[in-house]
Design a protein around this ligand. Sequence first.
Ligand SMILES: [Zn+2]
Ligand SMILES: [Zn+2]
Length: 152
Amino acid sequence: MASIGGQCLCSAVKFEIHDVEPAIQCYCHCETCRKVRSAPIVPLMLFPIDLPYGFADKEGKFKVTEGADLVTSYNHTHTGPRRAFCKRCGSAVFNCGKWIAIFPSTITSGASFKPECHIHYEDSIMPMRDGLPKYAQGPESQKLEEDSPEKP
Ligand SMILES: [Zn+2]
Ligand SMILES: [Zn+2]
């Protein structure tokens, strides 16, 4: 099956994902994503890969193939993901923990972003009128009325 490759802005950090399809492709509106990326909305592709420690999983589905020594991560909360970034250029490269989330802007081969929904939309600072489902919190949370004018 196909592999997905990605890298940071300075190209020092490269990663690969093998033999696993994204489970969710979405835009996240949560405050943490917005602050850490300095962006009103953050596109994410989420993969069911468990990566509690380090930057390569046990099953060989995900690996930092170059520049692992330049990858560092930040935990905003004990329960949230580790947010990995390149120490040289500052690019966010992936989030990891119970899932791996990658950012479409890092992808160099093997996949393209096909957004399915918006998550944490109750925290949105930028309304989106794109007809995609909008969830108050995570994808299993309350679905908000689509493109409702009174919601953000
Ligand atoms: Zn870099
Ligand atoms: Zn988020």
